[in-house]
Design a protein around this ligand. Structure first.
Ligand code: ZN
Ligand code: ZN
Length: 418
């Protein structure tokens, strides 16, 4: 079936952490009872991963990029392109992509950046936008798509565009809608000026279309805030990333709960598998996710899975919640251990970054990483955690090393030299 062993990566989003005073100075990984993760550690090679370089915290997007072997310093141009791809727009290299919010504005002042947390009707609003801009603006194609809740994505396609422009989103309510303009470094750049002009015209005309749109008539009748403006932000030029299959000669699938990571997967041509019950929250069905991973590993050379929940407790500073979430990752790992064929599968268990409950944000701490299964040389580490892994044979690797380490175990990485 496979020419080489199947490669599976299981990430607990933000799973690594720091000592927690309430846990007697243990981390959430060290303090909890995680039998499957410990089994991975006992049978595996353990150590640390620095996603980019020691101390450099990353986002979920750049954290996944490095694990897949794409250097963010070379390729990362902001989250706009991945967000747009995740929303279902066919983003092409050279496009300028934006994340957007549907928002509520009154007399030029932002009343609510999320349009009363609108959940319905945004598809109709998006259709109205695409209809109105069928002929583009100044010869530039305009592609707009609604995404989850109040979110949307916008892509500009054409000659002479530049992403060095400011956000139309003030990131707070009660203030004026800012005009889009070139950033300071690009203030005299004609392409940046042109792009800013297109965005200002877009925002202006969208307001006119939305003001009287039936979705908003309905919302006003129900005393809901209207979605009467779209605020683009985070402009980024779509990078050219070599497709995953071309880069590694592997067929690949992604089972993840973070939209922007899904967008990255689609961007590099991975098959993104939807799992019913995978919610991205604490109520996610980790067993359904684990079953989907096992199923995918039977037909794909490479499968990447991310369970989002641990990151949430980290951001909330809630160690109990984070430990419950890690227990979900542990149960998923347990199913993989019981079900996959370990004579022809190599597994990595790790995270895309650390989200310590004491920091309530992503940090640049080295992330615990363990390799298990085919080709791996167990190193004597007995349990899964930040400090036990200090004794592991992997020691400390960079995120960009992961694909070659996995490819070596699996036998998919060609040797260098004769
Ligand atoms: Zn993450
Ligand atoms: Zn996070």
């Amino acid at each position: 079936m496979h020419d080489s062993a199947a490669q599976v990566i299981l990430l607990g989003d933000g799973m690594g952490g720091r000592p927690v005073p309430d846990l007697d100075g243990q981390t959430c990984l060290e303090a909890g009872d995680y039998p499957a993760l410990d089994k991975v550690a006992r049978g595996g090679e353990c150590g640390y991963m620095d996603p980019i370089r020691p101390g450099q915290g990353v986002g979920s997007d750049t954290g996944h990029m490095v694990i897949l072997g794409y250097d963010p310093f070379e390729y990362y141009t902001g989250r706009g392109p991945f967000e747009a791809k995740g929303a279902g727009i066919d983003v092409q290299p050279g496009d300028v992509a934006f994340r957007c919010n549907f928002a509520s504005v009154e007399n030029g002042i932002i009343k609510d950046r999320r349009a009363g947390r609108i959940t319905e009707g945004t598809d109709q609003l998006a259709s109205a936008v695409n209809e109105a801009f069928r002929d583009g603006i100044d010869g530039v194609e305009v592609i707009f798509k609604d995404s989850v809740a109040h979110r949307a994505a916008l892509v500009l396609r054409g000659e002479g565009l530049d992403p060095r422009i400011t956000d139309v989103d003030p990131h707070e309510s009660g203030v004026e809608v800012p005009q889009c303009q070139p950033t300071a470094e690009a203030s005299n750049d004609p392409a940046a000026q042109k792009t800013a002009g297109i965005i200002n015209e877009f925002v202006q005309r969208v307001q006119e279309i939305f003001e009287s749109h039936e979705v908003n008539q309905q919302r006003r009748a129900e005393e809901l805030l209207p979605a009467n403006i779209v605020m683009p932000r985070g402009a980024g030029a779509a990078p050219h990333l070599t497709p995953f299959s071309e880069q590694y000669g592997l067929s690949s699938a992604m089972i993840v709960e973070v939209d922007i990571v899904r967008g990255l997967g689609l961007y590099v041509g991975m098959d993104v598998i939807d799992v019913p019950g995978a919610t991205g929250g604490m109520d996610t069905d980790e067993m359904a996710i684990a079953r989907a991973v096992v199923q995918a590993a039977a037909s794909y050379d490479f499968v990447l899975c991310n369970i989002k929940a641990p990151d949430l407790g980290g951001h909330d500073g809630n160690s109990e919640q984070k430990m419950e979430a890690i227990a979900k990752v542990d149960r998923a790992a347990g199913y993989l251990l019981d079900t996959l064929d370990w004579d022809s599968t190599v597994l990595m268990v790790s995270a895309d970054h650390c989200t310590p409950v004491t920091a309530m944000d992503h940090t640049g701490d080295a992330i615990p990483v363990a390799f298990y299964g085919y080709g791996v040389r167990p190193d004597g580490v007995q349990s899964f955690g930040e400090r036990p892994f200090a004794a592991g044979s992997v020691q400390r690797v960079r995120g960009l090393d992961i694909m070659s380490i996995m490819g070596n175990y699996a036998g998919s990485l060609p040797k260098f030299g004769a």
